[in-house]
Design a protein around this ligand. Structure first.
Ligand SMILES: *[C@@H]1O[C@H](CO)[C@@H](O)[C@H](O)[C@H]1NC(C)=O
Ligand SMILES: *[C@@H]1O[C@H](CO)[C@@H](O)[C@H](O)[C@H]1NC(C)=O
Ligand SMILES: *[C@@H]1O[C@H](CO)[C@@H](O)[C@H](O)[C@H]1NC(C)=O
Ligand SMILES: *[C@@H]1O[C@H](CO)[C@@H](O)[C@H](O)[C@H]1NC(C)=O
Ligand SMILES: *[C@@H]1O[C@H](CO)[C@@H](O)[C@H](O)[C@H]1NC(C)=O
Length: 529
């Protein structure tokens, strides 16, 4: 064995170093594709005490975000096989002793728009035995660790983790600052470990916003201290989140570079609120939208957002505002009376409701996300701090940014994960800047989000419905436009590889062939499913 390794290491040096063209070599199995990549053709092996070095950083890692990220890196690269190599047989020049991480900003606050760029270099075999990772912020460094993890694989001859194709130089940054995934815990309750697994899997694809559609008509699982009967609207006493649970999810996500966007969807999608407080319903048999004529409705929204502001520290809160069917308001005598007293018809009352909820959110320091119907109906009245969340179809972002507002793209025909017949190719090709050419307007499209609505989703099937299609969208949102494939067939192999990587890490990502959430068609390698 000793001799074989020595000969092998000699061989390493004799190999000719080659550097790939900058840009999109689709045979490099990195997902999402970085901004620029160069590599060689040698191997290094991770030392059994592969270590993190941080000298030279302005960042002190007071809360251990980097240290934990580094431990997770080791976990995910070592999870798939037992490493039973005898390291004393290795030539030291072939061993990578650790990674030297330099972070320039001391600030570890996960602000919206935080610098997520990084530069990763891994040396050729020789005397330099550390990889180097440099980033402005710890969150950029976490992305660099994810990229590094994808260059690692178990070598069955050496029985150790190999970093292939060294030396590497990778310079990377995201195309969009908002790269979201929606989960819905109203249609089905999602236990904490399930949500945490989803968060972990998001980091593998460099997604950075978990949009938590917490409550809806069907159930109200979250504790609201200001109005303690709201979670009487949960499906059962056990299918609930305490405020401490919610804070735990936020902190778990933030430590991984993921912001949590909390949503209450008002005034429609809210009948579960009335289980605890029936006066929020227009009447017992007409239960939504929330009663616009009742001051208590707005007090409850104020209480919820006040409680939110202690837990959900993201710059934005989502106020919903979609699919508002106002027929209950006109049908219910006391609401009808209130409308005529205030000289409002039903659509004016819808506008009044949304704008008043916006003002409450602003008073708690939030900027606002609203579903696109609010823009479609009274766009010019919305707070300028509104981000319009597209969902109905294409072409909306174009109108929103022309009106000078910001936009998140989630058109349901392409980016709704619950639409099982939408293929990963369609997810990949959905371009948020379609028909938007003015650079100032392009800036207003802050990103996009894939939506995992929960009607048919619980802990049993959420992962395979999200993955791999969310990864296709993740590359669209991360990778520089010029590095994106113009034809999805160019990336099939690379995405298949990423899907198998997710499986190896214990994520139940479904095969690529066919639409969403299919079972493997027949016996065969993971890479061809
Ligand atoms: C590793 O190799 C050395 C030298 O050949 C030997 O002394 C040692 O017992 C080996 N260790 C293990 C764990 O096999
Ligand atoms: C593993 O290591 C051997 C040398 O022992 C090398 O020939 C091979 O290319 C490496 N990689 C893989 C994927 O086996
Ligand atoms: C609105 O709700 C009423 C029942 O409250 C229903 O009859 C009507 O069809 C709904 N309208 C739409 C457009 O869904
Ligand atoms: C409500 O009133 C506004 C202003 O008069 C009008 O433009 C709109 O068409 C009315 N909507 C309905 C549904 O009656
Ligand atoms: C973009 O513009 C073209 C040409 O006007 C149009 O056919 C297409 O539908 C537009 N796409 C979207 C998503 O609006």
């Amino acid at each position: 064995m000793g001799k074989m390794v020595q000969n092998f290491c000699l061989g390493l040096f004799l190999q000719v170093l080659a550097v790939a063209a900058i840009g999109m070599d689709q045979h490099l199995n990195i997902w999402p594709m970085p901004k620029s990549v160069s590599h060689g053709y040698n191997n290094l092996y991770l030392s059994n005490d592969f270590e993190l070095k941080t000298e030279g950083s302005k960042y002190v890692d007071a809360s251990g975000i980097l240290k934990d990220g580094f431990s997770r890196l080791i976990e995910i690269v070592e999870v798939a096989h037992v490493i039973d190599s005898n390291f004393s047989h290795f030539d030291h020049s072939a061993l990578l002793q650790g990674m030297h991480v330099v972070i320039l900003s001391p600030n570890d606050e996960l602000q919206y728009g935080v610098d997520e760029s990084y530069k990763l270099s891994i040396p050729a075999p020789g005397n330099e035995v550390y990889a180097h990772l440099e980033a402005q912020t710890v969150y950029g460094a976490l992305h660099g660790l994810q990229t590094f993890s994808q260059l690692c694989q178990f070598n069955f001859t050496m029985r150790v983790i190999e970093v292939h194709k060294v030396p590497w130089t990778i310079i990377d940054q995201p195309r969009f600052s908002y790269r979201g995934l929606l989960i819905d815990t109203s249609r089905h309750y999602q236990p904490l470990p399930v949500i945490k697994n989803v968060i972990d899997s998001m980091t593998f694809a460099k997604l950075n916003v978990l949009h938590w559609h917490i409550v809806d008509s069907q159930s109200f699982p979250l504790e609201i201290p200001s109005y303690p009967k709201l979670w009487d609207g949960a499906y059962s006493v056990s299918e609930r989140y305490t405020t401490a649970d919610a804070a735990e999810i936020v902190s778990y996500a933030e430590r991984r570079g993921i912001n949590v966007l909390a949503e209450i969807d008002v005034p429609g999608h809210a009948s579960s609120w009335g289980i605890g407080y029936p006066s929020l319903w227009p009447s017992m048999d007409c239960q939504q939208p929330l009663d616009v004529s009742n001051e208590f409705t707005f007090k409850v929204i104020d209480g919820i957002l006040s409680d939110f502001s202690k837990i959900f520290k993201f710059r934005f809160v989502h106020l919903g505002g979609d699919e508002v069917n106002t027929s209950c308001w006109v049908k219910t005598p006391h609401v009808k009376k209130w409308l005529s007293k205030h000289g409002m018809n039903e659509s004016q009352a819808y506008e009044y409701f949304v704008l008043r909820a916006q003002k409450i959110a602003l008073s708690h320091g939030y900027e606002i996300v609203n579903w696109e119907e609010t823009f479609n109906n009274f766009g010019s009245k919305l707070s300028r701090k509104t981000v319009v969340h597209n969902w109905l179809g294409g072409g909306v972002a174009e109108q929103v940014v022309a009106a000078g507002l910001r936009c998140i793209v989630s058109n349901q025909d392409k980016w709704y994960l619950d639409h099982l017949d939408t293929t990963w190719q369609e997810f990949y090709m959905n371009e948020p800047l379609t028909n938007i050419t003015n650079p100032k307007q392009q800036q207003l499209v802050i990103g996009g989000e894939v939506c995992m609505w929960g009607e048919h989703i619980d802990g049993s099937d959420i992962e395979q419905t999200i993955w791999p299609r969310a990864a296709a969208a993740a590359e669209r949102l991360w990778t520089a436009y010029d590095n994106l494939a113009k034809d999805p067939r160019q990336v099939t192999g690379r995405l298949a590889h990423f899907r198998c990587l997710l499986n190896r890490r214990g994520v139940a990502a479904a095969p690529l062939a066919g639409p969403g959430r299919v079972a493997p068609l027949e016996p065969g390698s993971c890479y061809v499913q």
